[in-house]
Design a binder for this molecule. Structure first.
Ligand code: DLL
Length: 435
């Protein structure tokens, strides 16, 4: 069994890799500039002409792309190839504003699945493995991404999708799953249940590939112990393809970035200035060989550090640390991206003011979002029955907007703390300590 899926690329000499990146980058930049009017306008505004970009060293001259740009171009304004050449769409949750829609050609899917196959191989998986995938299948990239990767290495893919823990455990045991793919908080939960039922002793699991949300070293140790496996981190985002932008090897000292597809930069989130290797800042990615939805200098908002010191696994790709926070207010609740502004939009629609508070916690290894909303003279209800009916209605509306269940608590007027100090109001309290 090889420890690499594509050894010729994963262990490529760095000078050769740089040349490959350079050629791919120039071709992608040219194609995007020619085909995407919105991007051409961004360059024009910055006074950039195609001839100014002579090599990868000129990347820093180009404008950034942000989620706001994606929103402005929703749904297909950034498409760099004819829509008829696309074979799939993935998307993040949310019905207004913040939804991201990513398009893929067959070649884009192939390259993405290769990235996931590299991650699975690095975690020790091969054709003899049964890979249980409990990331959501559908618009979310987790399920289908790792599924494609599992098939690439000719493993037996078990497309469980998320939820239904009893069935997950039953299949795991009946079919002898050896590799588990899910969010780390769900892995913690599975570990706890299996331990309670003494199933961890008979389990055939040997490795897990966990990502889509932040998790700590302590969580890793807990999962490794309760499930009796080695737990690997995997990172990615819908805008760039999905899981597999970077992945951990057996050394577990950061995630190797698939640099033949993505160029990483770290910038100062306030000034946009590119920071030297090893400094902490916002992670920016350029996809250099995607056909349908290549993003140049996309600001991920993930705060991170890069490391270019050699790794003893033999891969020559640089590594990124676990993300250390975000430079925006996005929350990840049970793997789903949630912006407080989406919650606020529902509240405003329903006649509530801006006096609300979001409290995020983790109970039994699952994220909980409690939303405290103050009633005002126009929305006040004075019966317990009435309040509970309205809370239920809000839960439904928020579920449609966010795709997750929020615990709504309506509170009497003037009960949510006011911003008496005049500083930045703290509407979100995240008690999970994930970073
Ligand atoms: O979460 C893709 C994915 C699926 C990655 C399965 C790994 C496994 P999005 O829903 O677009 O895509 O969310 C992307 O999630 O910008 C990070 O903030 C966060 N994130 C993803 N992986 C990790 C990780 C998928 N390993 C956003 N550690 C990213 C910490 C992560 N945060």
């Amino acid at each position: 069994m090889s420890k690499y899926y594509q050894p010729e690329i994963e262990t490529m000499d760095r000078e050769e890799l740089r040349k490959l990146q350079n050629d791919k980058f120039l071709a992608t930049f040219k194609r995007v500039y020619e085909n995407v009017e919105y991007y051409r306008n961004l360059c024009d505004e910055k006074g950039i002409k195609p001839d100014d970009i002579k090599s990868i060293d000129d990347l820093h001259l180009l404008p950034f792309i942000t989620k706001d740009d994606l929103r402005e171009c929703y749904p297909d304004g950034l498409l760099a190839c004819p829509r008829s050449e696309c074979v799939r769409i993935h998307s993040t949750s949310g019905t207004t504003g913040k939804r991201v829609v990513a398009f893929y050609t067959q070649n884009d899917i192939d390259l993405w699945e290769d990235c996931c196959a590299r991650a699975l191989t690095a975690a020790g998986a091969d054709s003899s493995d049964t890979v249980q995938i409990c990331y959501g299948y559908g618009l979310f990239t987790g399920g289908l991404g790792l599924h494609g990767g599992a098939q690439k290495i000719q493993a037996l893919a078990l497309p469980m999708s998320s939820g239904n823990t009893e069935r997950q455990i039953q299949f795991m045991s009946d079919l002898g799953s050896t590799v588990l793919c899910c969010t780390p908080s769900y892995a913690e939960y599975l570990g706890e249940i299996m331990k309670e039922q003494n199933l961890n002793e008979t389990s055939k699991l040997k490795a897990g590939i966990f990502g889509a949300e932040a998790w700590t070293q302590e969580m890793r140790e807990g999962i490794e112990k309760s499930l009796g496996i080695k737990a690997y981190d995997i990172y990615g985002l819908t805008e760039l393809s999905g899981p597999g932008v970077s992945f951990e090897c057996e050394e577990q000292k950061g995630m190797h970035i698939n640099e033949d597809h993505f160029i990483a930069e770290i910038i100062n989130p306030d000034t946009g200035e590119v920071l030297p290797m090893g400094e902490k800042g916002e992670l920016v990615f350029t996809s250099i060989d995607k056909e349908a939805f290549p993003l140049i200098r996309y600001r991920t908002k993930d705060i991170c550090v890069l490391d270019d010191t050699p790794c003893s696994c033999g891969r020559t790709f640089i590594r990124m640390a676990k993300p250390m926070g975000r430079s925006d207010d996005m929350l990840i609740i049970r793997g789903v991206n949630v912006f407080p502004s989406q919650i606020e939009a529902v509240l405003i629609q329903e006649g509530y003011g801006s006096n609300y508070q979001i409290i995020v916690s983790r109970e039994h290894h699952s994220d909980k979002l409690d939303l405290y909303v103050e009633m005002n003279p126009d929305t006040v209800i004075d019966t317990v029955k009435g309040i509970s009916a309205k809370e239920k209605e809000l839960v439904g509306k928020l579920k449609i907007m966010l795709g997750i269940v929020v615990a709504v608590h309506l509170t009497p007027p003037k009960t949510i703390e006011r911003n008496v100090a005049g500083g930045k109001i703290q509407r979100v309290i995240d008690n999970r300590n994930l970073y």
